[in-house]
Write a protein that binds this ligand. Structure first.
Ligand code: NAP
Ligand code: MG
Length: 485
């Protein structure tokens, strides 16, 4: 499948709503367009998914056969690696080299969860209770069965289109669910190619169903649909709350991976060169459009000036550019809307008297590029840009004195997605790991990921987990069976 055929295919997808342009954010030019599928496409997709589930065509296949199909999807993705990388870099503006790095990690979700297909087991229980109505509890046997949710809705954002798609579709397939998949309206392209490969690998028709459209139309229809048992959502906390409200009709199970305002603590005993470089990477890479980006950096006072200067140096040498420009470390923001949002926070900070150490402006070229921005002197109590998720290449830096003060500053947020500490003091590292209120804490490193390590948010950063054993369990129900012996 060539790039052009994906651009053509999406134009031809049926829809009844608005025509949605797909923009290359590094040029601001339209690359294709499609019609919002809206509620109608969702209703049809859910009906197909439900029929496929009820037929047993997928979840009743032997687990080892389903595992082979998942493995095959990964192999096909590898075969089409260049096309995926081209589609996602065109659609998000990320450097082609980065899109090429993300693809094998995305495909690996299918191999990782292929392994889990044959390891879904319940437990057996010794029933020790006695004296029930029949007086026969001593002769009971109980066990649990793990059963797939029937139809699940998978909704995800634009920041890592193929990664986000695979992170949800692979465990849903491994569990045996049927799914309706809604990518972000900004970045639907790679999902089309994946959809084709899923069927080529042998997933029966109706088991995975792609819908393309807006969140407030297609996404909302999916999250209110009475035949959808579960929604797995990645996106903003604001929309996550709407998903919860929408799910009350049939009390859908909801898994939410939401926003963050992740702290990075740099102690004066840290390996400073490494800490500065990684802290800068941890916010400027992908123009800050990563859920775990460390957007609030706290530095112990003795090394504060050196760290601020170091961050500014990395920021000023951080080459931005369009996907095929040589040596680029990051692309643009995803959209004009996101550019407006990011610049709005920066401009508000400027008028509040925040110190702009470096950056704070849009690049003078086509594309939604914002210079990596380091801000100091923010007031934690009043500054919106300090409190709210910006999802752009903007970091605030504040000094702290003691470990307790650093932890308190780090935790003073409604979010709890990720947190990092840089220190060579082993005891302090583990003390602080316990104190930080985040679903993922990283010590002396940043931007880590593995398919086997669970990921989820504390506080308003989410409900439930993805990846690892927890990742597949979210798509399964537990049934307890009692038997009279
Ligand atoms: P978003 O606006 O919340 O959208 C996420 C998805 O939800 C999109 O597919 C969107 O569709 C859809 N949506 C919007 N309104 C909806 C509604 N009323 N009902 C159902 N679905 C709806 O997030 P975004 O701006 O795309 O992405 C950035 C956010 O994602 C950030 O907050 C970031 O922290 C978060 N994120 C979290 C993680 C994590 O694992 N915790 C990972 C990556 C990103 P449309 O775009 O088509 O309207
Ligand atoms: Mg959106």
């Amino acid at each position: 499948m060539t790039l052009q055929s994906v651009l053509d295919e999406i134009r031809e997808r049926p829809g009844t709503g608005d025509v949605i342009p797909v923009i290359d954010p590094s040029t601001e030019e339209q690359i294709t367009e499609f019609t919002d599928g809206g509620a109608e496409a969702v209703n049809e997709a859910v009906a197909r998914a439900k029929a496929a589930f009820e037929s047993g065509v997928w979840h009743e296949q032997p687990a080892r056969e389903r595992a082979k199909v998942l493995w095959k999807i990964a192999d096909l993705m590898d075969e089409h690696a260049d096309e995926f990388a081209e589609l996602d870099s065109l659609n998000t503006g990320m450097p082609l080299a980065q899109a090429k790095m993300i693809l094998p990690t995305s495909a690996e979700f299918f191999r990782y969860y292929a392994g889990w297909c044959t390891k879904v087991n319940g437990n057996a229980y010794e029933v020790q209770m006695t004296g029930g109505v029949s007086g026969a509890y001593a002769n009971m046997h109980a066990y649990t069965l793990k059963e797939p949710h029937s139809v699940v809705g998978l909704i995800f954002p634009w920041n890592g289109p193929i990664f986000n798609a695979c992170a949800k579709i692979a465990p849903a397939l491994a569990a045996g669910c049927s799914s309706v998949v809604k990518p972000a309206e900004e970045t639907p392209l790679s999902a089309l190619l994946l959809d084709r490969l899923i069927r080529e690998a042998g997933v029966p028709d109706g088991v995975v169903n792609l819908v393309t459209g807006y969140g407030h139309t297609a996404g909302a229809a999916l999250s209110t649909h009475p035949d959808v048992e579960k929604i797995a959502f990645t996106g903003s906390t604001e929309v996550g709350k709407k998903i919860i409200e929408a799910s009350t009709g049939n009390l859908k199970k909801v898994m939410l991976e939401l926003g963050g305002k992740s702290p990075v603590l740099i102690f004066d005993d840290a390996d400073l060169d490494m800490a500065i470089f990684m802290a800068a990477m941890g916010i400027f890479v992908h123009s800050g459009q990563g859920c775990v980006c460390g957007s609030r950096i706290f530095v112990q006072r003795g090394v504060y000036d050196r760290v601020v200067e170091g961050l500014a140096t990395v920021a000023n040498n951080f080459k931005l550019g369009s996907p095929k420009e040589e040596g680029c470390m990051s692309g643009p923001l995803i959209s004009a809307k996101q550019l407006k949002r990011v610049m709005g926070y920066i401009d508000e900070g400027k008028s509040d008297g925040v110190e702009v150490v470096t950056g704070g402006y849009r690049l003078d070229r086509p594309g939604y590029f914002v210079h990596p921005t380091v801000l100091a002197g923010v007031d934690p109590a009043t500054s919106r840009l300090y409190q709210e998720e910006i999802f752009g290449p903007v970091v605030t830096v504040l000094p702290f004195d003691t470990e307790e003060e650093g932890a308190a500053l780090a935790n003073d947020t409604t979010y709890g997605l990720a947190a990092t500490a840089w220190t060579t003091n082993l005891s302090r590292a583990h003390r602080i790991a316990k104190k930080l209120q985040a679903g993922t804490v990283t010590l002396n490193s940043q931007l880590n990921f593995d398919h086997n390590v669970p990921f989820g948010g504390y506080k308003q950063s989410g409900w439930g987990h993805e990846f690892g054993r927890e990742g597949i369990e979210g798509y399964l129900k537990t049934k307890s069976v009692w038997a009279q012996l």
